[in-house]
Design a protein around this ligand. Structure first.
Ligand SMILES: [Zn+2]
Length: 262
């Protein structure tokens, strides 16, 4: 079956989309399920969105409140719906083919791969946010500042066309995501260190099949390389202890544990 590669490259990154393709090559039954899982992961990471659904000409307008979503996909409008409802509408816009369900597909495999997908999606979204923050830097050229004012640069960013030209009409709707993201002031509790045996550390990523260690250091596969930047490894004779930086999300650590320990 053909994967929606334009969509997957946008939401998972180029390497992430490759990882997903590899997993599907190894186990073709995963195809439709993983794409749908990527859509759900993507929608659940969006607090607000205004722009095309990557790889399609369909527009997605979305705002989230109290865990429900309101907005539209193309000319279909919805109010107060669940992430699954919105994901189904996005799958429809992507013309995802209803595949055959495969009984050999195990829930645990789907769960582990799904967590890796979530991590890739989050790291793509945070890369995009960082890019739009850079655009909003005080030393930005005046023309950029003017574009910011109308939310055009941010909108172009959301459309995947980058902050540069061409200019869009000024009556374009304001971008749903403001360029500056407010940081919660609550201090997060420290995440406990994660001990790994040598054999756990030698595991392969269930999604991309890559290894996690480089010598005696956790470097991560494609899916976990972003997270690896915030991990400090201490090697012992019988294993490793991973310490997580303050910026690491507890959810991401759970994804890593699922990948390492199954
Ligand atoms: Zn991986």
């Amino acid at each position: 079956m053909a994967l929606r590669l334009d969509f997957l490259r946008d939401v998972l990154g180029v390497e992430g989309a490759k990882a997903l393709s590899k997993a599907v090559d190894r186990e073709p039954a995963l195809g439709g399920a993983l794409e749908l899982r990527a859509i759900i992961g993507w929608v659940s990471c969006l607090d607000a969105h205004e722009g095309s659904i990557p790889g399609t000409s369909s527009q997605l307008r979305l705002s989230k409140s109290d865990e429900t979503y309101s907005g539209s996909v193309g000319d279909y409008n919805f109010t107060g719906e669940s992430v699954y409802h919105v994901s189904a509408a996005v799958a429809n816009a992507l013309e995802l083919e209803p595949g055959k369900l495969d009984k050999t597909l195990r829930d645990t495999v789907l769960m582990r791969l799904g967590k890796s997908l979530d991590l890739l999606i989050k790291s793509q979204l945070s890369k995009k946010k960082t890019k739009s923050k850079k655009t909003a830097a005080p030393n930005a050229r005046p023309v950029d500042a003017a574009k910011q004012q109308f939310g055009v640069a941010a909108k172009a960013e959301a459309l995947g066309t980058g902050p540069a030209n061409p200019p869009l009409p000024q009556e374009a709707p304001m971008a749903a995501v403001p360029p500056s993201v407010k940081q919660p002031s609550v201090k997060k509790p420290k995440i406990p260190s994660l001990p790994l045996t040598r054999s756990e550390a030698a595991a392969e990523c269930p999604l991309c099949g890559g290894g996690f260690m480089g010598g005696n250091k956790f470097v991560g596969c494609v899916c976990f390389s972003e997270l690896a930047k915030s991990i400090r490894t201490t090697a012992y004779s019988d294993g490793y202890v991973l310490d997580f930086g303050v910026d690491v999300d507890a959810d991401d650590v759970r994804s890593l544990m699922a990948a390492l320990k199954g």
